[in-house]
Design a protein around this ligand. Structure first.
Ligand SMILES: *Cc1c(COP(=O)(O)O)cnc(C)c1O
Length: 220
């Protein structure tokens, strides 16, 4: 008898469907399995199924979980998806392969310094406050060109834009706006889409989707 489909199989199938509908290739989409709050035992089954790209939102939590897992799965790629405090920049550069929350000049400064010191240039996404929400992280749309300029001057490899659209309203217009901003600024990677809306994000050009709940179940 065939094994029943796992959540990972289902998410992959949904991405493939969204790709087909929008004439894209699944190989062009990176599925980031967001393992924040989940212990090593919950993460391992996904590693055993071949998933290699994971996302965490706290430096300290990731430092506790991933060194051990990486010893056993050396080809793991770890993305920092959450807000980053400037005083954790050095730790973040050491541990992560990609940083999604570059959103302010003070952080550009801190990351630039950390990368200079370590000699490791970690690819970054600039997070945009796409819904212009007051409490939300991300740089203002109007500040984006200036921030990109500053990041380039600091030798930070910015590869694309990232957003978290406002909750409880249709995300598609915000994904489309992020794609437009990336295009205007000569960037071709888009980190957008979570458990509730990753198919929509793929159809609107996401290259990286960040999926937690649909893979691991509800966080405690
Ligand atoms: C937690 C988190 C996710 C994953 O959210 P789910 O709804 O569980 O898929 C994606 N992106 C960021 C920035 C997050 O903090």
């Amino acid at each position: 008898m065939d094994n029943p489909a796992t959540p990972l199989d289902e998410v992959r199938a949904n991405i493939a469907k969204a790709c087909k509908a929008s004439r894209r290739e699944p190989a062009d989409i990176t599925l980031i399995a967001v393992s924040k709050t989940h212990p090593v035992e919950t993460i391992e089954p996904l590693l055993e199924q071949g998933q290699r790209v994971f996302g965490e939102n706290r430096v300290q939590e990731a430092q506790g979980k991933w060194p051990e897992l990486r010893e056993r799965y050396p080809d793991v790629e770890l993305h920092l998806i959450g807000q980053l405090q400037s005083n954790k920049a050095e730790d973040a550069v050491e541990l992560f392969d990609c940083i999604h929350g570059l959103d302010r000049k003070s952080l550009v400064k801190a990351l630039g310094k950390a990368m200079e010191k370590s000699g490791k240039r970690v690819p970054c996404f600039v997070q945009v406050n796409i819904g212009s929400e007051e409490q939300k992280g991300g740089c203002d749309i109007a500040d984006l060109p200036g921030l990109l300029e500053q990041a380039r001057a600091a030798d930070i490899p910015v590869i694309g834009l990232m957003c978290i659209p406002p909750a409880d309203i249709e995300p598609a217009p915000f994904f489309a706006l992020l794609a437009k901003l990336a295009d205007e600024n000569g960037l071709d990677q888009l980190s957008m889409g979570m458990s509730g809306d990753y198919e929509t994000a793929v159809m609107l050009g996401a290259t990286h989707v960040r999926v937690g709940t649909a893979l691991f179940g509800k966080r405690g």
